[in-house]
Design a protein. Structure first.
Length: 97
């Protein structure tokens, strides 16, 4: 699977044009939403809550062209709830954005 750290910026630029300030603002909003999804996964009371938060993360990631993050979220949604290894991989992927 390819990893392209510029995919998010390219997706945003395609949506809003050459507006660096707006791109930066939308990028920040995306990252905040990603963090909320991951926190929801961590605090999920049951496997269904974990899966729902992971699927929200998957959809969000897909919308912004974050392919690696989308794949990890899909893996989390289909895996065991509160899997520490997948959480660490998600955090690493976010750090690379």
């Amino acid at each position: 699977m390819a990893y392209d750290p510029g995919a998010i910026d390219a997706t945003l630029a395609a949506a809003v044009g050459d507006e660096p300030a707006l791109i930066a603002e939308l990028r920040e909003a995306f990252l905040e939403s990603v963090q909320r999804c991951i926190e929801a996964m961590k605090s999920a009371d049951n496997p269904d809550g974990w899966a729902a938060a992971a699927l929200r993360l998957k959809g969000l990631s897909a919308s912004f062209g974050a392919i690696r993050l989308m794949a990890l979220a899909n893996e989390a949604a289909n895996g065991q709830a509160h899997d520490g290894a997948i959480l660490r991989r998600l955090h690493r992927a976010v750090d690379r954005l």
